[in-house]
Design a protein around this ligand. Structure first.
Ligand code: R5P
Length: 294
């Protein structure tokens, strides 16, 4: 029996591509808000003990999470069998420690909330830095899909003589993997985050790479300050205009406009978050991950 696919927020083209790859059946929803702002949800079809996949990506998570949980509860109440979450961008992963006394470790709390409602989770490159696995904070079966080989294929087809640059130590897991597969050079920078909107980065000597095209790869582009600081430094060294690649183009307010105003040659993201920069299709890999879980 085909799985049923439900989605609150995904744009139709992504939803239809997902349905085709998954060979699932989309069941429509009536999703709106009551005049007081509370969520109204109606599932327009029978669930009849069928497996349900909720396909939604959770950038701007605070407005999406409660409706998502209410949808999953509605599906369970209407006799769905297993209910999984296919979530290309998993939020709340960066607050993975108590950096200052009194702070909440919200990645763990968010993991607990989703684990209480869903039967499984599949996502793309969650920000695993101080944690080695989602299993440390999610109690449901989960599958992590990696974007590195898809990004590497895109770079191979589109960029001549690349040098990969990872803007911080966390990015090494993607950058080293992509560069080693393609047998091209890579450099990992040292970043210190000074505040939400400010970073300082230490740069090595780039003289041997002046004829290369810098390809910056990071998991998340949020304020874009990490990318902007790196692009500005490379421009000051008269390197070729770099290509900036993000797995997840979150692009906080004004970030995209600020990045595009630098000496960047191209900004490219995976389609984990719908954005005009989406050029790398990660859905086939996402579906492979789901098939492993279900
Ligand atoms: C940080 O740990 C991540 O890997 C990214 O480098 C970070 O999220 C980028 O943030 P921003 O775009 O705000 O500099």
């Amino acid at each position: 029996m085909k799985p049923i696919i439900l989605s609150l927020f995904m744009p139709l083209p992504l939803l239809e591509e997902f349905q085709t790859l998954m060979d699932g059946e989309i069941v429509r929803l009536d999703y709106r808000h009551f005049p007081d702002g509370e969520t109204y949800i109606k599932i327009i079809g029978e669930l009849n003990n069928r497996d349900v996949i909720i396909f939604d990506t959770l950038f701007h998570p605070d407005t999406k999470t409660l409706p998502l949980l209410l949808l999953a509860e509605t599906a369970r109440d209407l006799r769905a069998n297993r209910i999984g979450l296919a979530c290309p961008y998993l939020p709340y992963m960066r607050q993975d420690a108590r950096f200052q006394p009194g702070e909440g470790i919200t990645s763990a709390y968010f993991g607990k909330i989703l684990s209480n409602t869903f039967d499984w989770l599949v996502t793309v490159d969650p920000h695993l830095h101080r944690r080695s696995s989602l299993d440390e904070i999610y109690t449901i079966p989960s599958q992590v899909v990696h974007a590195s080989s898809t990004i590497g294929a895109w770079v191979g087809q589109n960029i001549e003589q690349p040098i990969y640059i990872g803007p911080d130590e966390e990015s090494e897991q993607w950058v080293a993997d992509i560069a080693k597969r393609a047998n091209v050079p890579y450099v990992i920078l040292k970043k210190t985050r000074l505040s939400d909107h400010d970073v300082s980065i230490q740069f090595p000597d780039f003289t041997p790479f002046l004829n290369y095209t810098p390809v910056l790869v990071d998991d998340i582009i949020s304020t874009a300050k990490t990318m902007i600081t790196t692009v500005n430094h490379l421009a000051a060294l008269s390197m070729k205009p770099p290509v900036c690649i993000g797995v997840h183009g979150v692009f906080a307010n004004g970030a995209y406009e600020a990045l595009i105003a630098t000496k960047v040659s191209k900004i490219v993201t995976c389609n984990t978050i719908p954005h005009p920069t989406n050029a790398i299709d990660i859905l086939p890999s996402l579906v492979e991950g789901i098939l492993k879980v279900i």
